[in-house]
Ligand binder design. Sequence first.
Ligand code: FES
Ligand SMILES: [Fe+2]
Length: 414
Amino acid sequence: MLSLQDNELLTRTGADSSMGRLMRRYWLPVMLSSELPAPDSPPRRVRVLGEDLVGFRDTDGRLGLLAEHCSHRGTSLLYGRNEECGLRCIYHGWKYDVDGNVLDTPAEPAGSKLGPKVQHTAYPCHEVAGLIWAYMGPKEHLPLFPSYLFTKVPPENVWVTKSVLECNYLQGLEGEVDSAHLSFLHKEWGAGSTDDRQGLFQQDTTPAYEIEETDFGLRLVALREAGPGEQYVRVTSFVMPVTCWINGRGTKAPHIYVPIDDTHTWRFDMGVLDRPATADDASRAQEIGPDFHRVRNASNDYLQDRERQRTSDFTGIAVFLNQDAAATESMGPLADRSAEHLGVSDRGVIALRRYLLSTLRAFTDGGEPPHQVTDPRQNDMRHIDTIAEVIPAAEHWRDHFPHLLQWHSQGHRP
Ligand code: FES
Ligand SMILES: [Fe+2]
């Protein structure tokens, strides 16, 4: 359990909150590239960390992410004209570039100094792997974009989806470090059962966990017996501030939980493959409507099928994405963690909270946040990985996967 005070600390992400300030020190995905498909295409509204923003792609293809409300008198820039390298407000024609400079104030007399005096809120953007990322922190702390695996593979080898999770980000994130729920929430036994590793989860529902602190966050290792002389190793990486790299059916899958506000979250799911991705790989996209809300959601009880629950899977709710949502959204929009009863199976969740709280305390005491890349020579992220493999029981996972420890690993907190 968590005290109410610690729960508040971890879950509040507005600009004035400690966690909000910490999260703003990292690049966060805010939109799919496909939402801004071409130069001068229509701007799109997006809410992130409680801030209402408008994204646009200018005539030269540069990306801008501006505060939604015009600095003149507050009209929404969503309706603006995206033309000639700037976004022009429909009310009196003020025009902004991607950096938030006011290029034109056509209602003012010639020679007016008003425009140059105004700096509109604008956040730097970076586009990679089908996503538009933004940095919403202080300009003087702008980090390099970490060279994650998905920045190194051909773009067609990555798929990505975006959906709304109707609860606080931490509930989603905790589900990703909660290896124990795989044996229950996602259990299938019917003819349509899709994951050949399901058998391995189910044979041994009480894995041994090893959790260690690293330079990027946490590495969580779950070890299960997998038959004579073999063990099934799952490695999950929690990467600051809101990403978990998990392994699903051989796909390395970063799942990213970006707060929309404190009771809603953008869930970005990526799949990184060693071949071009197909529509089948990203099949969860079919679960998501054009407004990014899931077709199966709380308002229709996730279209739970009781017959299916009786005969072929644990929940009667189709698709991992919806199963996770049913489990985490039904805790409430912002879970009260002071009433929980945590057990041994919650080690990952406890480790995540402990890590985030200690990181937050160090940061509010004036320390530098972890996983900030400022030197291009140290921008090597090969040790951030996720694994699901059967290896000999006699071999230690560290010896079998030496790349995990080769770069920057710090200490070990069992
Ligand atoms: S409110 Fe935007 S130009 Fe006047
Ligand atoms: Fe899950």
